[in-house]
Structure formats: structure tokens, C-alpha cells
Design a protein around this ligand. Structure first.
Ligand code: BTN
Length: 323
């Protein structure tokens, strides 16, 4: 019995008894139990309930990988797109960065995962991706122009994610500079953009997106800020559908951004801007000011004693000030 066979049977998220699994897969119940333990080490976790059997932790279903593959292949950008979905990986961003040396120009590489064991957030933080619960993917491409042309990319990505969520009926979506997606004033997801290679000749751009869909807090992770998930906000949105929309819209939007810049997205950012008009504090610096929108290059403008204080997204983070 392979892990893949076991995962296939468990993919619908319903309880399956150990006896049934053992007979279906032609192995002993101990072998099944051992396989679940091995999967757990890879971040793929199942729960066992007495009298019912095993199921994916907290229920839920896995991504429909083959369906996604064919839907993407049939979409406008299909021929330019290489897509893969994996069960477990260290980090989709790291994996794309590592493979980027062999990428073709004019192609997009998308890697999605059901779980990550070393998911990375901004500023060296850990990013939790429990199995089968969230949206987790990276989109990569080769960029050959002047690196300054990429300024504003994170604004474009944020606006696209926010637009898609609104189209799925999610209310109170906002974007917290530079890379956080908020719903009802709590963090729903984040974006991690990484560049590697020769700047100003051939570099690879990797856009990582992590978004809480079905996590409800019982998955055994801690996050040092106020967070939420679509499920916790009362939305039952199919992860596969949502992932397809994100990928299609991002490929389309990134293409447009590379050809014609980010001006239209900047106007939209204003309508999603979580910080605008709020008093914010810059982490690690003695600066407090009123958030006053973005510069054309994506930098945040703070009004400090009547003057503009401009912040580059780099390693800076801001939080609301108490007073
Ligand atoms: C943040 O808010 O700190 C950014 C989080 C980005 C997480 C995503 S999940 C997919 C991709 N792979 C990673 O290791 N990180 C990004």
C-alpha cells in the first residue's frame, strides 16, 4: 500500500474505519496506523475517533488536482502555464526559487500544496499550512527588464486577491500594507514575494500566497496576531474553485502589470486600504504617523508632524498605534 492510495481513499474528508481501510488496501490495521503516523511527520494529519474511524483532521476535502490541471490547461494562459499540486512540501516558495534557474521565459510556474512543513512568512516568520485546510501556492516567472519595473507588484497581487474574494461574496475585505489580506479587520492571508538571480538581466520572481480557508483554530498552531479564516467568518467556499480563480486572475493581472504598469491597481488599493487615516507605529523605529496612502512605487506614506515619511516595504512592518 502506498501513501498515495491511502490519501485517495481519505480525500473526501469523511470517517473511514480502520477495518474498512485495511480490507480495501489489503494490509493490516497496524500497517494503516503506521502509515498515518508517517504521514503526520510530513504534516499530513488525520484524527481517529473511537467507533467512527479516521478522517482528515477536522473534516474537509482535498484539492481536486487533476480537475485544476485541466481547467488551467483550457484557460487563456494554459499553454504558458506549468501547474502542479503536491500533498506536502517544505515550502512552495523555496521549491520554486530552487528550480527557477531552469525556467523558460514567457512561462508561469505554479506550485500548490495541501500542507507545508517549513512554510515561510515575511520577515523570517513561520507560516502554518495544516493539511487540507488552506490555500497555499506560489507563482513564478522569469523577469528580464529593469528591476524597478517590479515596484508595485505586491500592490497588484493584493488587489487581485481582494477582488477575487469580493467576487466570492466575502464582505469587509481590506489590504494592510504591504502584504496582508484582511477580512473583518483580522488577517486572512499574506503574500511573500521573492526575487532571485541577476537583477537587471535575468531574475526569477516568486509570488507566494497563503490564505486561511477552513482552519478553525483547532489545528494546533499559534499565530502572534489577530487572524481569521473564511470558515470562521461564516463562508463555505470550495478551496479548489478559489485556487483556480486566484491563479487565473494572477496570471492575467501579472501579464497586464508587466506590459502596462500598476496605475489602475493603485486606485483600487485605495478602496481596500486598511491603514488609511489610522495612526500607525513603525516596528523597531521611533516613528508614529497617520497612514496616508501609497506612492507610485508601492511605498507607504505616513504623515508625521505634517511631513511625509516614506516607508519601503522591505523589512518594515507597521501596527496600529494605541494613541
Ligand atoms: C506573510 O503574511 O507573512 C506572508 C505569508 C506567505 C505564505 C505563503 S504560503 C505559500 C508560499 N510558501 C511559503 O513558504 N510562503 C508562501
Amino acid at each position: 500500500m502506498s501513501a498515495k492510495e491511502l490519501l485517495e481513499i481519505m480525500s473526501h474528508g469523511q470517517f473511514v474505519s480502520g477495518v474498512k481501510l485495511a480490507s480495501q488496501l489489503g494490509v493490516s490495521r497496524t500497517t494503516i496506523w503506521k502509515q498515518f503516523n508517517e504521514l503526520k511527520e510530513k504534516g499530513i494529519e488525520f484524527e481517529k475517533v473511537r467507533g467512527k474511524g479516521y478522517r482528515m483532521l477536522g473534516g474537509g476535502s482535498v484539492l481536486r488536482g487533476e480537475w485544476l490541471k485541466s481547467a488551467l490547461a483550457m484557460s487563456e494562459a494554459g499553454s504558458q502555464l506549468q501547474f502542479e499540486v503536491v500533498q506536502s512540501i517544505d515550502s512552495t516558495n523555496s521549491r520554486l526559487v530552487d528550480s527557477s534557474g531552469s525556467w523558460d521565459e514567457n512561462k508561469y510556474y505554479v506550485l500548490a500544496a495541501e500542507s507545508q512543513t517549513k512554510g515561510r512568512g515575511r520577515r523570517g516568520k513561520q507560516w502554518f499550512t495544516p493539511y487540507g485546510k488552506n490555500i497555499c501556492f506560489s507563482l513564478g516567472f522569469v523577469f528580464t527588464g529593469n528591476i524597478e519595473k517590479l515596484e508595485g507588484l505586491s500592490v497588484v497581487v493584493g488587489v487581485i486577491l481582494a477582488d477575487v474574494l469580493c467576487e466570492y461574496g466575502v464582505n469587509d475585505v481590506s489590504l494592510k500594507w504591504p502584504n496582508d489580506v484582511y477580512v473583518a479587520g483580522k488577517k486572512l492571508g499574506g503574500i511573500l514575494i521573492e526575487l532571485t538571480g541577476e537583477f537587471n538581466s535575468r531574475c526569477a520572481v516568486v509570488i507566494g500566497v497563503g490564505l486561511n480557508v477552513d482552519v478553525d483554530g483547532r489545528e494546533g498552531f499559534t499565530i502572534d496576531q489577530l487572524w481569521t479564516s473564511l470558515r470562521l467568518e461564516g463562508y463555505a467556499i470550495d478551496r479548489t474553485d478559489l485556487l483556480l480563480s486566484f491563479i487565473q486572475r494572477l496570471v492575467d493581472g501579472v501579464g497586464k502589470f508587466l506590459n502596462s504598469g500598476s496605475a489602475t491597481y493603485f486606485n483600487q488599493w485605495e478602496s481596500y486600504d486598511y491603514l488609511r487615516g489610522k495612526l500607525v507605529e513603525v516596528h523597531g523605529r521611533n516613528v508614529i504617523g497617520v497612514a496616508s496612502g501609497l506612492k507610485e512605487n508601492g511605498c507607504l506614506i505616513l504623515k508625521v508632524n505634517g511631513c511625509d515619511y516614506v516607508l519601503n516595504s522591505g523589512e518594515v512592518s507597521v501596527r496600529l498605534s494605541d494613541g
